[in-house]
Design a protein around this ligand. Structure first.
Ligand code: ATP
Ligand code: MG
Length: 392
């Protein structure tokens, strides 16, 4: 029954030139999301409105589900089209539509007509009034409320006449591509995919880096990260995942540094390498899934120690979340089941029984001096192993 969808978007304060950037990015993301849906669609901007027009048979549920994953969309209104065959015919069609779209027929409504084509014989006030009257006659339990109607029944007079009243909630946020690019440190855990999703929701394009440590971490562990990147990409669009072989760096730190400082020093090198790749590939910030106090390496002192190696902003969107809050989002965005698959993680391989929880940066730096002989070369070698996997 629905031949197009009116797309509502509306982050306040987007004006002038930025409005075009926002809209163009939104059109691009909608097209990308609909590529996977069977059917032929056209996305268009007309007179300050955005429509997805349907040009073939299509699957309604699947279309809605895809549109609901596009950041920047606030609401999706399924639209019925009728030919302009005179006012009486229109009134009939609207009554018919109303019965199908709102079968409970016990609510308040208001008609909101709009003439995009000014040669229509009635003006918007006359349409509002006359259609309102027809609906009241047809459904005795329905009432008019012009201030706070349950249902706003929209009638747009164009070449054809568009009728819509349902608003299906969208994902909100801003279209990906409107706020630069950032590099996500993506592990196989629960937190980092959620962190990537959250930043992407603000319109930031995402790249990712994964440190693996073969043979201590398996191909399956790497595949799990690829799968997670693909799941995040459902929302964020394609992710370039950089896979870095971290084994030799880890072994070297293990050999040269106190074992209780291992995790912190290792995390510092992960951040350094991630920042290096970020700079080379146009990312303006890093993203991690860290949350205060969750584990020893995430006390405020530890966070300060890992942060200290970076000059780029490090975004930690789940920093103040309880684990359960992060799990809730992971479940909603469908990454949770993959995240809890039990494959080893390079952070857990050489961990000390009692890692430092309050590292002192000066002491950590002193330990890192033990690495001076070979670490630069090992970092360069690790960077040379960079394997880029496009996850979409
Ligand atoms: P997650 O659930 O995201 O794995 P976590 O609670 O296990 O997080 P840590 O293992 O301390 O926490 O890692 C903290 C953050 O460091 C992760 O959220 C992620 O951003 C990054 N990170 C950890 N391990 C890796 C890795 N092997 N490759 C890339 N990033 C990593
Ligand atoms: Mg982890």
């Amino acid at each position: 029954m629905f031949k197009s969808f009116l797309i509502k978007y509306g982050e306040i304060g987007i004006k002038g030139k930025n409005r075009y950037i926002f809209e163009d990015a939104l059109v691009k993301q909608i097209k990308h999301a609909l590529k996977k849906v069977e059917g032929k669609f056209e996305v268009s901007k007309q007179q300050g409105r955005m429509y997805v027009e349907v040009l073939s048979e299509y699957d309604y549920e699947e279309t809605i589900a895809s549109l609901q994953k596009v950041f920047g969309i606030v609401g999706i209104c399924p639209v019925v089209h009728v030919e302009d065959e005179g006012f009486d015919k229109l009134a009939e069609s609207v009554v018919e539509y109303f019965k199908e779209a709102h079968p409970t027929l016990d609510m308040t409504f208001k008609v909101n007509a709009r003439r995009a084509r000014k040669n229509y014989p009635l003006d918007s006030m006359q349409i509002n009034y006359s259609i309102g009257e027809k609906i009241l006659q047809a459904f005795p339990n329905v009432k008019v409320d012009v201030h706070k109607p349950d249902i706003l029944l929209n009638i747009e007079i164009r070449e054809k006449i568009y009728i819509y009243s349902q608003v299906i909630p969208g994902a909100g946020g801003m279209p990906v591509g409107t706020n630069g690019k950032a590099m996500l440190l993506l592990s196989g855990g629960i937190d980092s995919p959620v962190a990537g999703y959250m930043v992407s929701k603000r319109g930031v394009k995402i790249d990712a880096v994964y440190f693996h440590a073969p043979p201590y971490t398996s191909e399956r562990a790497k595949q799990k990260v690829v799968d997670l990147a693909k799941l995040v990409a459902v929302y964020s669009g394609p992710i370039h995942l950089h896979v870095i072989n971290f084994t030799d760096i880890q072994l070297y730190i293990y050999e040269k540094c106190p074992h209780d400082e291992l995790t912190i020093i290792m995390r510092r090198y992960m951040m350094k390498i991630a920042e290096h790749i970020a700079k080379e590939t146009g990312s303006l910030a890093l993203i991690t899934g860290e949350s205060i106090g969750q584990v020893a390496s995430q006390t405020l002192q530890s966070l300060a120690a890992t942060n200290e190696v970076c000059t780029m902003p490090v975004m930690r969107p789940v920093i103040s979340f309880d684990k359960q809050d992060i799990v809730d989002i992971a479940q909603r965005i469908n990454t949770f089941e993959t995240s809890i698959l039990p494959y080893e993680d390079c952070c857990t391989i050489f961990v000390a029984k009692h890692p430092v929880t309050k590292p002192n940066i000066n002491i950590i730096k002193r330990s890192e001096r033990n690495l001076e002989e070979k670490i630069e070369e090992l970092v360069a070698t690790a960077l040379a192993t960079d394997e880029v996997i496009i996850c979409e």
